[in-house]
Design a protein. Structure first.
Length: 353
């Protein structure tokens, strides 16, 4: 009998990749989102997780074997991030019918577990890299910790197993996503090619020269499914990255070449994309009209604030995956291939020319 999954945030980068994988593996898949998008093999559920009663009503009759929580709502402060995002997880788990058999709940967070929230991102005393799962929580408020605590409390109450997944920056396709480096860089490169501007690395010298890693959305989806189906992986937290490491001074040239650009020399200064792209909305609308692109709204494609946060970090960030490897997760995805596959998909879907 096919297993049933509930993918929460099914219209996002991680959720859509996870839903696609589960469908391909023969699962019955329900995809929850505030505004569901059509996805082959996925039964849409429209729900606002900030509304407890509406969430419970939307989930009536859904009894999943596995729940994959891949969504969050950005707020103006970390206090509000904690209030809103912990309530969303609580409303979801309270709103589901109590499990009548084994159930697994997977929560996707990220490396802000180690780096701190955006208000204190990469500042103060930080754990040594590569980050390892046994490194404890920072002594700072963090909505990731609040989300975890909601999962732990509900698991204790309802008797389900859980896993927490901490990716580095995720590469994948989604329109309207708040954290989308791959598409942001594709749009930036397109604008540079259109205007003749220099394709300039916007971040810090530490990121330009240091080692780093990333997480392809397909790799993360495989990891989520692996944890849900692997008894040794239950009730544990895991880092998840592609398996390679790189330096941006190499990757930047690779991305430039894909778009037919010459990378600008890096002079060591931080030049944020949020400033570089601040006046580009009308230009993008003109490009979209001329090229027949599917999304003329620059703000729905690019998230320069998030790309700036990642590329502007003053420290080298790499992630250890030994815990997963020891338990048998062996999938690997070269990061340059992940970028190129995304760019091809964006072009095929008429999101970039």
């Amino acid at each position: 009998m096919a297993k049933t999954a509930l993918v929460v945030g099914a219209s996002g980068i991680v959720g859509s990749a996870t839903a696609d994988l589960l469908v391909a593996q023969g699962w019955t898949v329900h995809g929850l989102a505030r505004r569901p998008v059509e996805q082959a093999g996925v039964s849409p559920i429209a729900a606002d997780l900030t509304d407890a009663a509406a969430t419970a009503q939307a989930l009536a009759g859904v009894n999943p074997d596995a729940v994959f929580i891949t969504t969050w709502l950005r707020q103006d402060s970390e206090a509000e991030n904690i209030r809103v995002n912990s309530a969303m997880v609580r409303n979801l788990l309270d709103g589901l019918p109590k499990p009548t058999g084994p159930r697994h709940v997977a929560l996707v967070t990220g490396l802000k577990h180690y780096l701190g929230p955006f208000e204190a991102y990469g500042k103060g005393s930080l754990p040594q890299t590569p980050f390892r799962e046994e490194q404890g929580r920072l002594d700072v408020d963090n909505f990731y910790y609040a989300q975890e605590d909601e999962v732990f409390a509900a698991a204790e109450r309802d008797g389900f197993s859980w896993s927490v997944h901490r990716p580095h920056t995720v590469i994948g396709k989604a329109v309207g996503n708040a954290m989308n480096m791959g598409t942001t860089l594709a749009v930036y490169a397109t604008l540079c090619r259109e205007t003749g501007r220099a394709f300039r690395f916007p971040g810090s010298a530490a990121q330009w020269s240091g080692l780093t890693d990333m997480t392809d959305a397909g790799q993360l989806a495989l990891h989520l499914l692996w944890a849900a189906e692997t008894p040794a992986a239950v009730d544990q937290a895991f880092n998840v990255v592609n398996g390679d490491v790189f330096r941006w001074q190499w990757m930047w040239a690779r991305i430039a070449a894909w778009f037919g650009l010459e990378p600008a020399p890096f002079d060591g200064s931080v030049q944020p994309l949020e400033q570089q792209m601040a006046g580009d909305a009308d230009l993008w609308r003109d490009i979209a009209a001329r090229e027949g692109l599917a999304e003329p709204d620059l703000a729905r494609l690019a998230s320069p604030w998030h790309t700036d946060a990642d590329l502007g970090r003053p420290i080298e960030v790499v992630t250890d995956m030994s815990k997963s490897r020891r338990l048998g997760f062996t999938a690997y995805q070269p990061t340059d291939d992940a970028f190129f596959a995304l760019f091809e998909r964006l072009r095929a879907d008429r999101l970039i020319p």
